[in-house]
Design a protein around this ligand. Structure first.
Ligand code: FAD
Length: 378
């Protein structure tokens, strides 16, 4: 039997990032059910960093993560983790324009807030949009693509450098209180590890892991989201002003998004289909809807798909992440419910979560109270 300070369950971005932060002051074991880390949501995202995305606490985490990406790259010998690419929010009818005006007004004055631009400017920035189609637009200049794989690998490398251990192919199958801590059963041979604390970073499976421990669920719902990589018959149409690359375009209300990927176009219908946690696959209908919606506003001649995938975005009802423990179950910490922002908010969320778990000082750049994201918050 092994004894350790903290067992982190789940080897996606949530588990890897909090394990790295905790390993600064604790012995840490990261356990992942799959034989490779980051096979689920973390490997399937659109990999964008969009200031202004989500509810106010999520926006604060995203804003605080911005400067942290560059610091992490330097600290963990990673390549640049952010590649600038503006996001263009575009509405195509009067209702969409009203929604977009509310969206812009709701964030006015915040760092990285979307700025309204006129439709002509939207067409100038994204000539791939059908002429005259845009009713209203706003731009987020500080958005970027995230190298999510490099980010995840950097965290794992940093964890190991700090003396942390990583075990893939090691599903947690048993969890029970033991003394003042937890007894964790994981791996094909059911190896037992005693830990003072457990961090449940099991993504869409976080409530299943809690149930194993006899800990109340946080009420997580995984929602399927689909992405397809479309062929573009004439890639020269995907050039911005002066040959620059196109911004990412997000329809308002959010019913599709697209962004250029090499000579193809990544398209999503922004679907949210509630499902049980599983290794999710794309539905052909969702792929077809994405192609149709993006074709309707671009006329790029999208007809065939190179590849498509789906992943899970998991939310609790108020759509904020859950970081903390139920008071009746000390030492069993959730770090789950990151929804559609688990990559862009990971650096700040991991630092915040590690401070919550250890009781250490909260990061000064994260303007959240220690219990702001606790399970069962008001
Ligand atoms: C299509 C799509 C687009 C997205 N776009 C963006 C975006 O542009 N920007 C952004 O910031 N976010 C985006 N997201 C959201 C982001 O991908 C997620 O918030 C993030 O990856 C969640 O990370 P995670 O580590 O919690 O989950 P996961 O990556 O799913 O990791 C959880 C891990 O826990 C493991 N596990 C489960 N049960 C057990 C067990 N019993 N024992 C051991 N291990 C277990 C699983 O195998 C899994 O590897 C997107 C998501 C999707 C699906």
């Amino acid at each position: 039997m092994t004894s350790i300070d903290v067992v982190v369950v789940g080897g996606g971005i949530a588990g890897a990032s909090i394990a790295y932060e905790l390993a600064a002051s604790r012995s840490v074991l990261l356990v992942e059910a799959e034989t490779a880390l980051a096979r689920h949501s973390t490997a399937r995202s659109a990999a964008t960093y969009v200031p202004g995305h989500g509810a106010a606490p999520v926006r604060a985490l995203i804003a605080a993560s911005g400067p942290r990406f560059a610091r992490l790259a330097a600290e963990l010998d990673a390549p640049p983790l952010l590649a600038p690419r503006a996001v263009l929010h575009a509405a195509f009818d009067a209702d969409g324009a009203a929604d977009l005006a509310d969206y812009v007004a709701g964030q006015a004055g915040e760092p990285g807030a979307p700025l309204a631009i006129d439709p002509a400017e939207a067409h100038r920035r994204c000539p791939a949009l059908r002429p005259g189609s845009v009713a209203a637009a706003a731009v987020v200049e500080d958005a970027a693509d995230v190298d999510a794989e490099a980010l995840h690998q950097a965290y794992v490398r940093g964890l190991v450098r700090r003396g942390g251990q990583v075990r893939a192919g090691s599903p947690v199958t048993g969890l029970r209180p033991s003394g003042s801590g937890w007894r964790v059963q994981a791996g094909p041979d059911g190896e037992v590890v005693d830990a003072a604390e457990v961090v449940d970073a099991a993504g869409a499976w976080a409530d299943e892991v809690a149930a194993l421990a006899g800990v109340p669920r946080i009420g997580l719902t995984p929602y399927r989201r689909t992405i397809a990589l479309a062929r573009v018959p004439d890639p020269s149409r995907m050039r911005g002003p002066d040959g620059s690359r196109l911004p990412m375009v997000v329809g308002t209300p959010e019913s599709f998004y697209f962004k250029q990927e090499g000579d193809g176009l990544l398209v999503s219908p922004a679907d949210e289909t509630p499902v049980a946690p599983h290794d999710v696959r794309p539905d052909d209908l969702d792929v077809a809807i994405a192609m149709e919606r993006v074709e309707a506003v671009t006329g790029l001649g999208l007809r065939s798909v190179r590849t498509a995938w789906a992943g899970l975005r998991s939310f609790v009802p108020d759509r904020l992440p859950v970081v903390g423990a139920w008071p009746e179950h000390p030492g069993f910490w959730f770090c789950a419910g990151q929804g559609g922002s688990g990559i862009e908010s990971a650096p700040a969320l991991a630092a915040f979560a590690a401070a919550v778990v250890t009781g250490g000082a909260l990061p000064p750049d994260v303007p959240l109270e220690r219990t702001a994201l606790a399970p069962g918050r008001g």
